[in-house]
Design a protein around this ligand. Structure first.
Ligand SMILES: *Cc1c(COP(=O)(O)O)cnc(C)c1O
Length: 391
């Protein structure tokens, strides 16, 4: 007997479930696997944040059911962060909502805004949650191809009119996963204009907004005048402060969307554990030099990886944000063939580009999730065990 809804039948297991099984089997048989597949770096969160969490655990008031819109300190800290960083004003009561990691909010916003059969416009390639949440809500998705020649930005003019008519939500994500693409505010201005013209709300996923290199600063879509009329922005402490396990994020922007999402969440979860929210507020309010340090580490790893890839004929423009490299697979390989061969011959896990959508075919994603010497070793093994040099 199979106990499963038709809805679940459409949803494949989470992207990494399969790879994790293969990895475990290889490790079991004594192979030193280097995992550049996951987006969960090895860097620990700053100790001042961990200490704050331990301290907040001691207060019995914090151990009761949390406020389901998020504790006042956390919402205020997010609003202050937006003012400081982006000069964007947010009302912490109505325009900020705490999430159990931004993934939770991204998944829940879909049934908040669409009915069965409605379309969601999603970037292709992109974070698989946009697609899966749409399927779980019995919606349909339209994939907006992200092409290198367009700086991995969707071309809104290519979306068919009948799709636009039935679309109730658009996802965007910059700095992008998996493409590592970054944009300037001008792109968000175009996106907001499109959103207003067609009355399609935008959910911008800014998970990597603080993971940037050199002089580049990632803009917020809420910096566009009037964006709050139809836009929300998801944010996360996971990548910024290496707090992936804490499960804390937020959504900010349009009041009506935030209220609807809060109503849905009020009936499904009851918010994140208060000590975690308070530690997150502390992270946002205290010394930000840890971010500079993490970004320096990623920049060094990026340089090592880009140089190594170039030495095997794979050339990539240096990304300005995220901790990913989105690179073309060598000639005569499909994405799946290449990552399978790299895993089997070199013991290195990469993500296959097509796992992020059909336009990802021909690419692989490398995550800077391990120290430079391991990245170096990974590329050395690929060089020694596969014939990949393009020249
Ligand atoms: C990591 C990631 C998230 C989810 O982060 P949380 O830990 O759930 O806050 C969301 N979007 C993208 C693109 C990501 O890579």
């Amino acid at each position: 007997m199979v106990f499963q809804s038709k809805r679940m039948g459409q949803v494949p297991p989470y992207l990494f479930a399969d790879i994790n099984k293969k990895k475990a089997a290889m490790i079991q048989s004594g192979i030193d696997v280097i995992d550049l597949g996951i987006g969960d770096p090895d860097l620990p969160p700053p100790s001042h944040i961990v200490e704050k969490l331990a301290e907040e655990l001691q207060d019995p008031k914090n151990l009761k059911y949390p406020s389901f819109i998020g504790c006042a300190e956390f919402r205020q800290a997010v609003a202050d962060f937006y003012k400081r960083h982006y000069d964007v004003e947010l009302d912490p009561e109505t325009e900020v909502l705490a999430l159990i990691g931004s993934k939770e909010g991204i998944a829940h916003i879909v049934p908040t805004l669409i009915d069965p059969g409605d379309y969601v416009l999603i970037p292709d390639p992109s974070y698989p949650v946009y697609r899966m949440a749409t399927l779980l809500a019995n919606g349909r998705y339209y994939e907006m191809p992200l092409l290198k020649e367009n700086n991995f930005e969707p071309d809104f003019s290519q979306i068919p009119a009948d799709i636009i008519e039935h679309s109730k939500l658009m996802f965007l994500n910059y700095p992008g996963n998996p493409t590592a693409a970054t944009v300037e505010l001008e792109f968000f201005e175009q996106a907001v204009a499109f959103s207003k013209e067609h009355q399609i709300p935008i959910a911008h996923d800014s998970a990597y907004h603080m993971v940037t290199f050199g002089d580049y600063k990632a803009p917020s879509i809420l910096q566009v005048d009037g964006a709050k009329d139809s836009v929300v922005e998801f944010g996360s402490l996971s990548k910024t402060y290496s707090m992936t396990g804490f499960r804390i994020g937020y959504v900010v922007g349009n009041k009506a969307i935030i209220k609807a999402l809060a109503d849905l969440k009020g009936n499904t979860d009851t918010g994140q554990f208060t000590p975690i929210q308070k530690a997150a507020a502390f992270a946002l309010n205290s010394d930000q030099s840890c971010i500079t340090k993490y970004n320096q580490v990623y920049a060094e790893r990026m340089a090592v990886a880009l140089e190594g890839l170039a030495s095997i004929g794979i050339n990539v423009d240096p990304p300005k944000g995220s901790f990913f490299i989105w690179a073309p697979v060598p000639e005569n390989y499909t994405s799946t063939e290449f990552v399978t061969k790299v895993l089997e011959k070199a013991g290195v896990i990469l993500s296959s580009g097509n796992a992020f959508g059909p336009s990802g075919e021909g690419y692989f994603r490398m995550s800077l999730s391990v120290p430079s010497d391991r990245l170096f070793e990974a590329i050395k093994r690929i060089k020694q065990n596969l014939q990949v040099v393009n020249q």
